[in-house]
Design a binder for this molecule. Structure first.
Ligand code: FAD
Length: 366
């Protein structure tokens, strides 16, 4: 059979495209190199706890159209992301808000907090930040930087903040209200059936081949469809002809614990350098689980090298220039559409990847 579309990658981009194509009466073959669908939003159900295998995923958007779109596939709960940070033996609310400042300086009013931060910034006398450390210090002062930013950022990047460029942190939002809601988005929640069920519904009606690496069967698979939607790595598609695009990676260490509540919150950041992981996720709290056991994941930020899972594109000058060269090739490729975080070499939140896939489907199918 000749399909209308061969979709490489059963992640959110590929699934939204497949769903839209099906609505237009088109046929799709989806190939996925992993042994499961849903890409990085895959959740496995462990005795009733949805474990976010590739990192915690909280859906949030301010776009009503995207919120309505995703709600077709699952009901969402009223989870609000309110992470906390542990620095040595001190615990602070995130994002940086009046709860954080009140705990840090034993103050109560926004005016007191603003005065404290302004005083610390003035004492430093930084006029032109030369690196990330100076940039962050000039935005939030010494205490917030030392306790909540420095160690965490150094673990994330594997380098000292003095060696990191200032552009990584352009702004550091400070909130002068007692509000621990991490996101400013209008809509937020976790799908009650889990993300994998959403993708399963999106893909219904498409033929799916798991454990199938497109590059191992490129000619044969491409010949099965009129057009290819490629959501794998952009540079790999072109045989790395200009060299490899770089990423930061994350390693997840999962543990089942025979206690009902390990840390009292879904997300706890560890902001001192000495603790080797950046965060611990306790998955049951995303869905207010009441199981007698719990599952946690420790997240270790790591260097990426070819062969390990790529997570975050690096938006420095070198990689941006390289990506632009590959994007020129992609624009000229015939009968291939490039999409998603790997195909566009771009960090997308889930709502952004849905919007990009809908735009792409609209341009292609209407
Ligand atoms: P993917 O999910 O990566 O799908 C691409 C698929 O293509 C993969 O399944 C891959 O195996 C497959 N593939 C690649 N190459 C081949 C090949 N050669 N042959 C066959 N198959 C191939 N977003 C939010 O909105 N909220 C969050 O809280 C959030 N948290 C995140 C946490 C982490 C740690 C990370 C890394 C991202 C987070 N995101 C979050 C972003 C979210 O993960 C992405 O928006 C989304 O998963 C992107 O979907 P995608 O289809 O583009 O990519």
């Amino acid at each position: 059979m000749m399909y209308d579309y061969l979709i490489v990658g059963a992640g959110l981009f590929g699934a939204v495209f497949a769903h839209e194509a099906k609505k237009h009466g088109k046929s799709c073959l989806v190939v996925e190199k992993r042994n499961h669908i849903a890409g990085n939003i895959y959740c496995k159900n462990v005795d009733g706890i949805h474990v976010h295998q590739y990192g915690a995923h909280i859906f949030h958007t301010s776009d009503r159209k995207i919120w309505d779109y995703i709600n077709q596939f699952s009901e969402f709960n009223n989870y609000i992301n309110s992470p906390v940070a542990i620095y040595k033996d001190e615990l602070y609310n995130l994002p940086f808000n009046m709860n954080t400042f009140s705990k840090m300086w034993n103050i109560q009013t926004p005016a007191q907090a603003k005065a404290k931060i302004a005083e610390q910034i003035a004492d430093l006398g930084i006029t032109e930040p030369k690196n990330l450390e100076e940039q962050a210090l000039s935005l939030v002062g010494t205490d917030v930087y030392e306790k909540l930013i420095k160690g965490y950022t150094e673990k994330q990047w594997g380098r000292s903040c003095r060696e990191l460029p200032s552009f990584i942190i352009r702004r550091l939002p400070l909130r002068f209200t007692y509000d621990n809601n991490y996101f400013n988005s209008r809509y937020q929640g976790i799908p009650v059936e889990g993300y994998t069920a959403i993708v399963e519904k999106m893909l219904s009606g498409a033929d799916i081949r798991l454990n199938t690496d497109y590059f191992a069967h490129k000619e044969e698979l491409s010949a099965l469809a009129h057009k290819t939607v490629f959501t794998g790595m952009l540079d790999e598609y072109f045989g790395f002809c200009y060299g490899s695009l770089e990423y930061r990676s994350v390693r997840f260490e999962e543990e089942r614990l025979e206690c009902d509540n390990y840390q009292g919150n879904a997300v706890v950041n560890y902001t001192d350098r000495e603790v080797p992981y950046t965060r611990i996720i306790e998955h049951k709290h995303f869905t207010f689980g009441t199981q007698p056991f719990t599952i946690i994941s420790r997240e270790y930020s790591s260097e990426w090298k070819p062969g390990i899972e790529p997570y975050y594109p690096i938006n420095d000058a070198k990689n941006s220039a390289l990506a632009a060269k590959y994007q020129e090739l992609a624009a000229k490729a015939e009968r291939v559409i490039f999409g998603g975080r790997l195909g566009n070499y771009k960090y997308y939140d889930m709502d952004q990847v849905i919007a990009a896939a809908l735009d792409c489907a609209d341009a292609e199918l209407s």
